[in-house]
Design a protein around this ligand. Structure first.
Ligand code: KG4
Ligand code: ZN
Length: 341
């Protein structure tokens, strides 16, 4: 089966061609630079950029896969959740594509697709469903932080999510407080490498709670108060690095501890993680250490597939069609608030 997938839920315009679990192409046009001067994603600008980019990105994905539109067996797109107008561009364009080709269309839940990105690896990437195991999956991005129990392929239960800010949002907001450019996560990661994670003691929100929820708004606020009390701290480059490392340590500890605790409780032997924050070096290293200690298999999404991409949308859509999930209607609407069931 040859399938074209499109993703436009936030600030990445992406198209991918999937053939029998292999990612033949995955073109991503990121809008990070466009939104940087505003310190966050501006929905109206994102929509216009998707409008401009959808066609060239799709063309590039088909060309790089050496596939013509006539060879496609199906078309898929992100149906939700996401920014309404941004979603609309890719979803309606993909539906029109399927309509013109008289091929089935699949609308995909963006978060469900993240659950499968850790299973795409290699070069060219192949979806490794042969070694698929029941797992606890951490999805951690700028918009979302959630833990999901994936009991079997296409069968999952959401265990918990953030009660307020997402982990990536916390990285970005703290970075803004200390004057780092947007998006702040990668900058804090870079500065933390030479910082002391034990220099300052920041709260680990909900760490002692037995639920699987997260909360990061309080951590950001405590950094603000800390800076008010220590107004000259940022003048010292080493203290700035120590601050970054200490905040990062608080975020990483809560993510790792809660993921491992849920995995133990549910008796799964495999942990997976995806989403932009999964690029973070300390998170990758600490998850690795914890999983080795517990004897768990760890599947981290490849760095190139941590952030939003159409490859994960296409791989999931193909599995859905193969498992005879019925196609999505061509007049179906976007679902901007589509919560993972
Ligand atoms: O998944 P993503 O590209 O977009 C959505 O939010 O959906 O994730 C972007 C988030 C941003 O908050 C960014 O700061 C964070 O991921 N991020 C990182 C790193 N790379 C990206 N956070 C910490 N360390 C990183 N290396
Ligand atoms: Zn995402």
């Amino acid at each position: 089966m040859i399938l074209l997938a499109v993703e436009t839920s936030c600030d990445e315009t992406s198209a991918a061609v999937i053939c029998d679990g292999r990612v033949l192409s995955n073109v991503v046009s990121s809008q990070i630079k466009l939104h940087a001067e505003y310190g966050g994603v501006v929905p109206e600008l994102a929509t216009r950029e998707h409008l401009r980019n959808w066609m060239p990105v799709t063309e590039a994905a088909l060309q790089s896969a050496q596939v013509t539109a006539g060879q496609l067996d199906a078309v898929a797109a992100t149906q939700g959740p996401g920014l309404p107008n941004a979603l609309m561009i890719g979803f309606k364009a993909a539906q029109a594509f399927a309509f013109a080709l008289r091929k089935p269309f699949v609308g995909v839940n963006h978060h469900e697709a993240h659950l499968y990105s850790p299973w795409i690896s290699g070069n060219p990437p192949v979806a490794d469903f042969a070694s698929f195991q029941p797992n606890v999956s951490l999805i951690v991005s700028g918009g979302h932080t959630m833990l999901v129990h994936v009991r079997a392929e296409l069968e999952h239960v959401v265990l918990g999510s953030t009660l307020d800010d997402a982990a990536g949002e916390c990285f970005d907001k703290v970075a803004k407080l200390i004057g780092l450019p947007y998006p702040g996560g990668p900058e804090m990661d870079r500065l933390s490498v030479e910082g002391n994670p034990a220099a300052y003691d920041f709260p680990r929100p909900l760490l002692r709670e037995t639920n699987d929820d997260f909360s990061y708004a309080g951590l950001k606020t405590s950094v603000r108060y800390f800076l008010q009390k220590n107004p000259t701290l940022l003048d010292d480059a080493q203290k700035l690095r120590d601050l970054c490392a200490s905040v990062q340590a608080a975020i990483v500890e809560t993510l790792v501890t809660k993921t491992i605790r849920a995995s133990r409780r549910l008796g799964v032997k495999c942990v997976t993680a995806s989403g932009g924050v999964t690029c973070n070096r300390s998170l990758r290293a600490e998850l690795d250490k914890a999983c080795q200690r517990e004897g768990f298999t760890l599947r981290l999404a490849d760095r190139s597939l941590c952030t939003d991409n159409a490859a994960m949308i296409g791989v999931l859509a193909e599995r859905k069609l193969l498992k005879s999930t019925s196609a999505t209607l061509l007049d179906a609407e976007i679902e901007p608030g589509w919560a993972l069931g």
